[in-house]
Write a protein that binds this ligand. Structure first.
Ligand code: FES
Ligand code: FES
Length: 179
C-alpha cells in the first residue's frame, strides 16, 4: 500500500500544501497535479534534461526527484520565469535566435540557461556549451540555443529582464494555441 506524505512547496511563487505518494516524482507533481505542462518527460532516467526545473535556484532533473523529499523547497518552472503578461529575456532570446523546432527540449534549455546566467552573468562560449550540453535536443538546435544564451545574457546585462508578451507575439506573429 502506498503511503501519502504531506509536502509544502512553493512553486512559481505560490504556496501549495500537497499530499503525495512517497514515490511520486516531481515531474508528475508539476505536470499532472499542478498543470505546469512546460515540464516534460523525455527519457525518465536523468539523461535528456528535458524535465529540468529549478529547486531552490539550482537545476534539478524532475524525473529523478521525489516530491516527498522537497518539503519546504522552492521550485521554479518555465511558467514562473516572468510575471503575467511578460516574457523573460531568456524566452525572448530563444524566440529571436529561431532555434526552436519541435520545442520539446526548449523548457529544459531555458531553465538551464536561467541557472547559468544566475550564477555567471557573462559566460564564455565554452561555458555556455558545457552548461547546456546537459540537455539533449533531438532536432539539433544547439548552435541556436548557445546563441540564445549569449543574447539573453546581453539583455539581462542591459537591464532588459522582462518584455511585454503581447508586443513580442505581434512582432513574431506568434499565436497562443494553449496554456
Ligand atoms: S526526462 Fe528527466 S532527464 Fe530525461
Ligand atoms: S527543438 Fe526538437 S528536441 Fe529540441
Amino acid at each position: 500500500m502506498s503511503m501519502n506524505l504531506k509536502v509544502n512547496l512553493k512553486v512559481n511563487g505560490k504556496n501549495y500544501e500537497l499530499e503525495v505518494p512517497a514515490h511520486e516524482r516531481l515531474v508528475d507533481t508539476l505536470r499532472y497535479r499542478l498543470g505546469l505542462v512546460s515540464v516534460k518527460e523525455g527519457c525518465g532516467r536523468g539523461e535528456c534534461g528535458t524535465c529540468i526545473v529549478l529547486v531552490n535556484g539550482l537545476p534539478r532533473h524532475s524525473c529523478l526527484t521525489l516530491t516527498s523529499t522537497l518539503d519546504g523547497a522552492e521550485v521554479t518552472t518555465l511558467e514562473g520565469l516572468a510575471p503575467e503578461g511578460k516574457l523573460h529575456a531568456i524566452q525572448v532570446a530563444f524566440i529571436e535566435t529561431r532555434g526552436v523546432q519541435c520545442g520539446f527540449c526548449t523548457p529544459g534549455f531555458i531553465m538551464m540557461t536561467k541557472a547559468l546566467l544566475d550564477s555567471n552573468p557573462e559566460p564564455s562560449q565554452e561555458e555556455v556549451k558545457e552548461w547546456l550540453s546537459s540537455v539533449l535536443c533531438r532536432c539539433g538546435s544547439y548552435h541556436y540555443y548557445f546563441a540564445a544564451a549569449k543574447l539573453a545574457g546581453k539583455y539581462i546585462k542591459e537591464g532588459k529582464i522582462y518584455f511585454d508578451e503581447k508586443q513580442v507575439r505581434e512582432k513574431y506573429h506568434m499565436k497562443v494555441v494553449g496554456r
